[in-house]
Write a protein that binds this ligand. Structure first.
Ligand code: DLL
Length: 432
């Protein structure tokens, strides 16, 4: 099922032509009317005439999150205030928040992108969708809300928090799909178990739209088997608009609506544009954005472009699961470690629960990594020897997988903090 088959299934060559035309118009208009991007292009020694095909994209200068921070809050906006109809802001966990503005058209194509995405995973007017992403400055709640209304789903705007009440509502209203962070769904599952609720037996939940933070295939497998649902990855950032793009039913990469966004993947070290199937950092150009244009914006998310066409018939670019960010990559004793790798390794070890936390410290010149790992209730015991054996086993598995030693400290079920929004898994205490 398609929401907009003309665009979603457009022959690949036609799509490339459309993308080039939109890109070229964008560059022409920014060069003529936008002081910030005009100066960037002049600084890089490029003129719009140098951009003759998509293959010339590498000539254009990048934009960075720092540009938004330096021009906080709205100095980079490209339209008069009268045309701004909404603001959102990123949480600013890694620095000053960035503010994003939207014109009416910006909201319309954001909603269109989500309508295509939700339709591609079979969410439509017979669904009741509980939106348990935060409503407010974070884009998750309102983004999913309007996308779901557009496809005719009945929205339960429960936002985050008060998990018991959320579970009651889910049962009472016969909710069929939920949108939230993967860590919040795991938390809901735990709370449900304590309340004696079995998702398979006691709810109508069939689908989950999970994103806003990295998660893994093993988490997907666990949630699906224990909750009787199908879980789909959804991706987006506030600079792009918010949550926008999902996998389709094939679950073979995240489809990027090609009339809305153009993706490049670059080698994190050399900056070269990579071929399909090679992992690197994602750079995006928003082809329709009015209030806050984004040209070659360095998002810092690590992904790859997937080769070939998807069996669903959509011809768009597809990206693989985001495994982390180039800037939250931990370098420990010279070895690059992504929190998602640690999660992947932990989730494969029997007895390990769903929650973990990484603490990095420095003793002299040496980095030390400690991983707090919550144990499943059925495995957790007061017998010190049993726990020591399990701890040693986890340490040796992590060492095998990460190639680096980490001290593990076991935690009782429920002992680590829970997050309603994005999970914070890393505490880096090193002073650089
Ligand atoms: O997290 C938008 C969003 C809301 C996406 C709800 C999906 C669902 P920001 O707060 O600006 O926007 O954070 C964007 O979150 O650069 C990624 O590092 C990370 N992220 C988002 N989705 C995923 C995902 C929202 N599916 C940052 N997998 C991005 C991995 C994700 N990381």
């Amino acid at each position: 099922m398609y929401w907009n088959a003309n665009i979603e299934c457009m022959p690949a060559d036609d799509l490339k032509r459309l993308q080039y035309r939109s890109f070229k118009n964008l560059i022409n208009s920014l060069y003529s009317f936008n002081r910030f991007y005009h100066d960037k292009m002049r600084g890089a020694g490029v003129h719009p005439d140098d951009f003759r095909s998509l293959a010339d994209v590498g000539k254009l200068p990048f934009m960075y999150k720092e540009d938004l921070r330096e021009n906080y809050p709205t100095k980079m906006f490209n339209v008069p205030n009268t045309e701004i109809v909404r603001f959102h802001a990123s949480s600013g966990t890694s620095g000053k928040p960035t503010v994003v503005g939207y014109t009416e058209n910006d909201l319309a194509y954001w909603t269109e992108a989500l309508a295509r995405s939700l339709t591609s995973i079979g969410i439509g007017n017979s669904d009741i969708l509980q939106v348990s992403y935060g409503y407010g400055l974070f884009t998750g709640g309102l983004g999913l809300h309007y996308g779901a209304e557009k496809v005719g789903a009945s929205v339960v705007p429960s936002s985050t928090g008060n998990t018991e009440r959320q579970l009651e509502l889910m049962q009472d209203l016969g909710v069929t799909a939920i949108a939230c962070t993967p860590s919040y769904l795991v938390h809901m599952n735990t709370v449900a178990a304590k309340m004696g609720i079995d998702f398979k037996r006691d709810t109508c939940l069939k689908k989950a739209v999970l994103g806003a933070e990295p998660w893994t295939e093993s988490m997907r497998a666990k949630m699906e088997s224990s909750m009787g649902i199908r879980a789909y990855d959804i991706y987006g950032t506030s600079e792009q608009a918010g949550p926008m793009f999902t996998e389709c039913e094939e679950r073979n990469g995240i489809h990027i609506s090609g009339d809305i966004m153009y993706v490049e993947v670059l080698d994190t070290e050399t900056g070269e544009i990579l071929e399909e199937d090679q992992r690197g950092e994602m750079v995006v150009t928003m082809l329709k954005k009015e209030a806050l244009p984004m040209v070659r914006f360095k998002i810092k998310d690590i992904t790859s472009l997937l080769p070939g066409e998807c069996a669903c018939g959509r011809t768009s670019q597809r990206i693989s699961r985001i495994t982390g960010r180039s800037d939250d990559m931990l370098i420990i004793r010279g070895i690059n470690v992504f929190p998602s790798q640690i999660e992947y390794a932990l989730m494969r070890i029997p007895g390990v629960g769903d929650q973990f936390m990484i603490e990095v410290t420095r003793d002299g010149d040496l980095d030390d990594m400690k991983i707090y790992v919550e144990i499943k209730p059925e495995v957790f015991s007061d017998k010190v020897t049993d726990m020591m054996v399990l701890r040693a086993h986890i340490e040796s598995e992590l060492k095998k997988y990460l190639n680096i030693g980490a001290v593990v400290e076991l935690k009782a079920p429920g002992e680590l903090p829970r997050f309603e929004g994005k999970a914070k898994r890393v505490i880096d205490k090193r002073v650089m």
